[in-house]
Design a protein around this ligand. Structure first.
Ligand SMILES: [Cu+2]
Length: 477
């Protein structure tokens, strides 16, 4: 498809092209406490520091602390790892061992924390991806993740998973990306182009720069940031292809992304390469979801990357500018998009060992806060909700009985969505986080590979998770 037709699609979705914006920084300006729909154009996009494995091992530490960091170009105070908003990017390869010392320097209430490696196919036992472990204030935990040699290459992330305080800590900025190298990196037109990481976050600071309590934040008031920057500038040449790895690392915010005048050519989802390119005008990312897209620079000019209106009531997300894309410089002939990417195991025709029904619901007691439920229960870490046999291929239908969206996520094993609202769908690949529509359902198939042990499945809106919308699964021999 030519760029002209592609542009029409993006414009029809409400993207606007802007020209001649003042890109100057605003030294000495007061702290920006609210985004507004048209924030001033910020400096060039920067990326978090990278810590890469050497000779099969990455050994590092992450210190969690309420302390000084930088967000939206200003000195702020928030709960972050290593003083970074977001934390450092960890780069590893299949077969590597990742060792992380989590040092907990949080204090006061809500100080317990832990670490989850979202989407990684690693053991949930012992000091692996075990969310039942905790580091109390002043303690540390040494995690070791042995990444299988056949691990899918792509974008993953780390964040706390302590029940009751996940929302606070993730909202405040305790997040970071994990890039597993390999896979699509070997493909011409993917691995040999400019590779950018975009970590999307949403939080809110007071006029003094201190992160606001969750009860004082709102969807309209939150700053929506990329790599901690407000409306950064992303540059590419006319015709140039870039690979953008995009992570929704917010606690509770949906991003409904569109780039004016450009299509987003999706090549991977949740760390899983797709078999083919999926060219899209807009991409909805629920909390926890990741995509990798190829972007091809259009005509010279300035274009807005926006998150567009989404959701209703508690989930109403505003339409705001996320980044300003400047297409400039020497034009180049656009590279053809790859025809084939990487095959995946299609589970839609595989024999199913067992089917399960999971429900997401909300109950409103006569007094007090609502309870957020899976299959009628709030989370109990001492109860096993689903017992699964190692190696089984199961089909789960996750039904949403509420009028809100709930992004489903399960640890350790990815899955393939085979139906939405009961209608069969074609899968582009495997995934680990999927928004379940209000009053609707998703049906997925998954194979419980490699690892026995206890882990969880839950809604990835962390307010809901913290308030009970999570269940325990145990995989047994
Ligand atoms: Cu939910």
């Amino acid at each position: 498809m030519g760029l002209g037709a592609a542009s029409a699609g993006a414009f029809a979705l409400g993207g606007t092209r802007v020209d001649g914006r003042d890109a100057a920084a605003r030294p000495g300006a007061p702290f920006v406490t609210s985004q507004g729909a048209e924030p001033a154009v910020g400096p060039d996009l920067q990326e978090p520091a990278v810590r890469a494995s050497q000779n099969g091992v990455l050994e590092t530490s992450l210190t969690a602390r309420l302390g000084p960091t930088t967000a939206a170009g200003n000195a702020v105070t928030s709960r972050v790892y290593e003083g970074g908003f977001p934390g450092p990017t960890l780069r590893v390869r299949p077969g590597d061992t990742l060792r992380v010392r989590l040092v907990n320097e949080l204090t006061g209430d809500d100080a317990a924390t832990n670490l989850h490696v979202h989407g990684m196919h690693v053991s949930p036992r012992d000091n692996g991806d075990n969310i039942f472990l905790h580091a109390m204030s002043g303690e540390h935990v040494d995690y070791e993740y042995r990444i299988p040699p056949d691990h899918a290459a792509g974008l993953y992330w780390y964040h706390p998973h302590v029940h009751g305080d996940s929302e606070l800590q993730v909202n405040n900025g305790m997040v970071g990306a994990i890039v597993v190298e390999g896979g699509l990196d070997a493909l011409p037109g993917v691995g040999d182009v400019t590779d950018r990481l975009l970590v999307l976050q949403a939080t809110q600071f007071g006029p003094d720069g201190v992160v606001l309590g969750l009860e004082d934040q709102s969807n309209d008031g939150a700053l929506r940031l990329i790599n901690g920057q407000l409306n950064p500038t992303i540059r590419l040449r006319p015709g140039e292809t870039q690979r953008w790895r995009i992570l929704n690392a917010s606690a509770d915010s949906f991003f409904n992304l569109a780039l004016a005048g450009h299509r987003l050519h999706q090549i991977a989802k949740d760390g899983n390469p797709q078999a083919e390119v999926w060219s899209r005008d807009a991409i909805l990312l629920a909390p926890g979801e990741r995509v990798e897209v190829l972007v091809q620079g259009g005509a010279a000019g300035t274009y807005e990357l926006r998150t567009m209106l989404f959701g209703e009531s508690f989930q109403a997300m505003p339409d705001v500018v996320m980044a300003t894309v400047v297409v400039e410089g020497e034009p180049t002939d656009p590279q053809p998009l790859p025809v084939a990417l990487l095959p995946f195991e299609d589970l839609s025709e595989a024999p199913v060992d067992l089917r399960r029904e999971i429900s997401f619901g909300i109950s409103f007691p006569a007094t007090g806060d609502p309870d957020f439920l899976t299959n009628g229960h709030t989370f109990d870490m001492d109860r096993v909700d689903q017992t699964v046999k190692l190696g089984a291929l199961e089909e789960w239908t996750i039904t949403n009985t509420t009028d809100e969206w709930h992004p489903f996520h399960i640890h350790v094993n990815d899955y393939q969505v085979v139906a939405v609202n009961g209608e069969p769908v074609r899968a582009w690949g495997h995934e680990d986080t999927t928004p379940v529509p209000p009053g609707g359902s998703i049906t997925m198939r998954t194979r419980f590979r490699t690892f026995t042990g206890k882990f969880v499945y839950h809604c990835h809106l962390l307010f809901h998770e913290d308030h009970g919308m999570m269940g325990v699964i145990e995989v047994v021999e």
